[in-house]
Design a protein around this ligand. Sequence first.
Ligand code: SAH
Length: 251
Amino acid sequence: MDVSFVGAGPGDPELITVKGQRLLAEADIIIYAGSLVNPALLSLAKEGAAIYNSAGMTLDEVIAVMEAAVRDKKYVVRLHTGDPSIYGAIREQMDALDARKITYEVIPGVSSFLATAAALQCEYTLPEVSQTVIITRLEGRTPVPESEKLASLAAHKSTMCIFLSVHMLSGVVKELIDGGYPADTPIAIVQKASWPEQHILRGTLEDIAAKVLAAKIDRTAMIVVGRCLDSDYALSRLYAPEFGHMYRDAK
Ligand code: SAH
């Protein structure tokens, strides 16, 4: 394997996978997404490993580092925040490596939307409340396809985890309400989930924007919306006494 794409997890250095941790310690070259990856993870690097922060690099520069490494028979770990498949810009790197016949693997990570559920101590898929989680973002400099506009996704009233959008929260709230969420729908903002400075704000669509403004939260935060943040729900069928299944007879 020439290159391993590794999910670093949401921030807490103990939330990288065991495999990711091992590969990080074996890497000759580490390219990490400096804007969000916890630099504490870099202390796992072996003596003499070369470390690059991709925050100030272009795609071509990242690929050039990988190409040169492979030429020198060095092993590269490309460290992405959370899980690389979510807003990770990993596909364009994989395609560039394919074009150069450089081999790679992907090691998944704990995405920040999961660390956010842990911080909120909530279950996104509550029976009879929502069985669907939508991962999305508001349009920013990166456009969102017309069919996925927040207002149309809101029509489902499912649980939504909205990335990359806290700095445009009033726009998010407007689209959610326009799309059909009642104004009293619960919403939570978790900034830097799993980091020591983790910050949680809870409210409703009506009052959250003012709270977030007052707390000056404008980056690295997850927005979670939906009735799963309320206390009303049905008990799961999985653990219901009268509900038998493959591993347990009905009582
Ligand atoms: N691949 C990453 C997401 C990268 S996009 C993942 O799987 O988590 C960057 C966005 O992720 C941020 O704007 C923010 O919305 C979210 N994010 C990343 N780390 C976070 C954290 N620790 N807590 C809350 N949100 C986080």
